[in-house]
Design a protein around this ligand. Structure first.
Ligand SMILES: *Cc1c(COP(=O)(O)O)cnc(C)c1O
Length: 478
């Protein structure tokens, strides 16, 4: 079959519509995925067994995949930075997908945990993660969040405004404790996928600028460092940046590291203090579709370490302890969402060349409430027939949800078998990050359960919502 004129240029007609992990491209499904008697099996568990036990839609997370990705980051960054600064700390960015099970898995793999609100912090604590291993982010922390972090003795509070540095110092004084503080700066580097843009100023809500504004004597970053160092109740650990998301190459991280390290050199020159830590943030990309070619932690770590060593030598400082904050790259590829196929509709679309071409709309039993990324970010996903094999012709399809919204797309473009029918299961891979955490109850759909699979077993790690849950907060119900 030739490609549909409606298909994006990157989408190829699959040689085999049933293959979850075609050779020669970045895998989309967890490494454990295979077909047994026609049905997809993940973590040794058949999707048909999952469907029978839990229904659909269903978030499936391959525990082994998530753990091995967490461990791979820790191993790679430790290895690359061991000769420079004794190793690296890897903070799992909890916002991508957090519950007590996942928090424990990453902690057991030697990671620390970043949170960005009191609620995320509550999950980390409920999981038993030691407060010293938890960081608290957020551009607008409440006083209550700051006091809780200080009272608990969190490993670090990452502040990104002068206002907050002062509030943290005052709260620490009030409570008689020392705040472990990092400062989030805007290095002027914004990276995504294959490119990065470097500017002086940044037009965004996060971070302290490295450059003075017109009429300002010193930058907000320099001011924050001076105030933090001057406070007896603050221990300034170091600097932090987070330059983007879905990044495949190390060049952006390298440029951000160069800029922050140069600033560390300035801090040393001005204050005679060498700050002990530098966090390069998250943003490591994954494969959502065949167009994606993510790098490996080994390559990224080695390339970044080389630049850090060189920049520290140039700045005349010792290499600080390095930390990173991967989120998506740990949880994303470990997740697969299962849907049941419902209504299908064939439409004819006029192509740019004025011809008519067919597109099949395949509606599933979830949608933008369980995966908001296509609507929010124009994100691409892929889909695979999961409950059986098919040798039918490939057909260009669009997988859509059941919400009252025409933008409710799950997979914008995918070739699916022409004999796809009601009740067939579809598997959408790479849904482990920013899907469950962004889920909503739009149209009063209950949020699906999260089921962990590993070694042929399955268990619920977050139960699905029921209609009772949906009504439970309505104060008008007696
Ligand atoms: C979102 C975020 C991360 C994780 O980003 P990923 O793209 O999921 O790796 C890390 N650090 C900070 C500060 C973030 O806001």
């Amino acid at each position: 079959m030739t490609a549909s004129p409606l298909a994006p240029a990157w989408l190829s007609v699959p040689a085999d519509l049933n293959d979850p992990r075609p050779a020669g491209r970045a895998p989309l499904f967890p490494a454990s995925t295979r077909r047994v008697d026609g049905a997809l099996e993940i973590g040794g568990v058949s999707v048909k067994e999952l469907q029978a036990a839990y229904g659909t839609p269903l978030y499936v997370v391959d525990e082994g995949e998530l753990r091995s990705r967490a461990a791979a980051f820790k191993r790679a960054y430790d290895a690359a930075f061991a000769p420079l600064c004794g190793g690296a700390d890897v903070y799992y960015a909890g916002k991508v997908f957090l519950n007590t099970s996942v928090a424990r898995w990453v902690a057991e793999e030697g990671l620390r945990l970043d949170t960005a609100s009191g609620g995320e912090l509550a999950v980390a604590l409920a999981a038993g993660v030691a407060p010293e291993l938890i960081g608290l982010h957020g551009n607008n922390k409440s006083d209550a969040e700051i006091e809780r972090a200080l009272t608990l003795g969190l490993g670090r509070i990452i502040s990104d405004s002068l206002d907050e540095v002062r509030r943290v110092a005052a709260a620490a004084e009030r409570l008689g404790v020392t705040a472990q503080l990092m400062l989030r700066l805007t290095p002027g580097v914004h990276a995504s996928t294959h490119e990065f843009i470097a500017t002086a100023h940044e037009d965004q809500k996060f971070g302290l600028s490295l450059h003075p504004r017109a009429g300002q004597e010193r930058s907000d970053a320099a001011e924050a460092v001076a105030e933090a160092l001057a406070s007896e109740h603050v221990h300034l650990l170091g600097l932090h940046c987070h330059i983007g998301s879905q990044i495949f190459e190390s060049a952006g991280f390298a440029e951000a590291a160069r800029r922050l390290i140069a600033f560390l050199g300035e801090v040393k020159a001005r204050h005679g203090v060498q700050l002990p830590e530098l966090d390069l943030g998250g943003g490591y990309g994954i494969a959502y579709t065949e167009q994606d070619t993510p790098s490996t932690p080994e390559v990224l770590a080695a390339e970044t370490a080389a630049v850090v060593a060189e920049a520290c030598a140039a700045a005349g400082i010792d290499v600080p302890r390095i930390s990173i904050e991967p989120g998506r790259a740990i949880a994303g590829p470990a997740g697969v969402t299962l849907y049941s196929v419902g209504v299908q509709k064939d439409v004819e679309v006029e192509t740019a060349g004025g011809e008519a071409a067919p597109r099949r709309y395949v509606a599933v039993d979830g949608g933008m409430s369980d995966n908001a990324r296509p609507v929010l970010y124009d994100a691409d996903y892929s889909a695979l027939i999961a409950s059986r094999e098919s040798d039918a012709e490939p057909l260009l399809a669009r997988v859509v949800g059941k919400h009252c919204e025409s933008g409710d797309i799950v997979v914008r473009d995918a070739y699916l078998p022409a004999d796809l029918g009601r009740g067939d299961l579809l598997a959408v891979p790479a849904t482990g990050a920013y899907c469950w955490s962004l889920a909503s109850n739009y149209n009063y759909l209950p949020r699906p359960a999260v089921v962990a699979v590993t070694g042929g077993t399955h268990r619920v790690i977050v139960r699905g919502e029921t209609e009772t849950d949906l009504l439970s907060r309505d104060a008008g119900i007696a």
